[in-house]
Write a protein that binds this ligand. Structure first.
Ligand code: 13P
Length: 251
């Protein structure tokens, strides 16, 4: 399976920085022959700067696609401050990240909300990256598989297919902390997720499962070589074109 290397820029950058970073990543992918045959690439700027990425990535067959970090639960209408899946698709987004732990933690998003958003995104033709992952205290209590299993079945809508859905396992305690799950932990959890996907047999084998949480050039090779790790969802290191590309090369 081709690896997906995805950069979640979170709430970072400016107009000028977004332009530079997008251009630098695109140039670096194009300069490295064969890389785009081995990896798919996606970037997720903040809503306001998606248009800047769009301006840079004008080629129809660009090796780098873009998406948003969230979308609204509802279709267009009287929802002040929201951005709909339809608008994202209209803006050329290919993907939307849903259920990131920062959305779950700071905006109270439940599995049910994530599932409804994903169904809406699929109906509009977007691909979704659905994030799941346990907190440190849940892992300490030995509950990580129960939590991840519940999130997985609760957050993935019926409309999910291998074409429109990617799962991202992001242990909350590893996000932005420099603590990475060990390859053994990742192997174990990704194997569990793959097994759990058997409940939907038609998607089980080929649905991509990404790892996210302090992935860096130094640990990427080992993590990306772990069974059932089909790519990375990268935060901090995706804000630097060199590091982002080094992770892809490690794959
Ligand atoms: P870091 O790579 O900064 O730990 O962030 C991971 C993440 O949350 C990606 O969505």
């Amino acid at each position: 399976m081709k690896k997906l290397i995805a950069g979640n820029w979170k709430m970072n950058g400016s107009w000028a920085e977004t332009r530079n970073l997008t251009e630098n990543i695109l140039k670096a992918i194009e300069a490295e022959s064969g890389l785009a045959d081995k990896c798919d690439f996606a970037i997720f700027p903040p809503y306001l700067y998606i248009g800047v990425a769009k301006e840079v990535l004008t080629e129809a067959d660009s090796p780098l696609v873009y998406g948003a970090q969230d979308c609204a639960l509802n279709g267009n209408g009287a929802y002040t401050g929201d951005v709909s899946a339809a608008m994202l698709r209209d803006f050329g987004c290919e993907y939307v990240i849903l259920g990131h732990s920062e959305r779950r933690q700071y905006h109270g998003e439940t599995d049910d909300v994530v599932k409804k958003k994903a169904a809406m995104a699929h109906a509009e033709g977007l691909k979704t990256i659905i994030c799941i992952g346990e907190t440190e205290s849940e892992r300490a209590a030995g509950l990580e598989k129960r939590v991840v299993g519940t999130q997985l079945s609760g957050s993935m809508p019926e409309s999910a297919t291998i074409m429109n859905t990617v799962i991202a396992y992001e242990p909350v305690w590893a996000i932005g902390t420099g603590k990475t799950a060990t390859p053994a932990d990742v192997k174990d959890m990704h194997g569990f997720i793959r097994e759990k996907l058997q409940e939907r047999i038609e998607i089980a084998k080929n649905m991509r499962i990404l790892y996210g949480g302090s992935m860096k050039p130094g640990n990427a090779a080992e993590l990306l070589a772990t069974p059932n790790v089909d790519g990375g969802l990268i935060g901090g290191a995706s804000l630097d074109a060199g590091q982002f590309l080094a992770i892809a090369k490690a794959a």
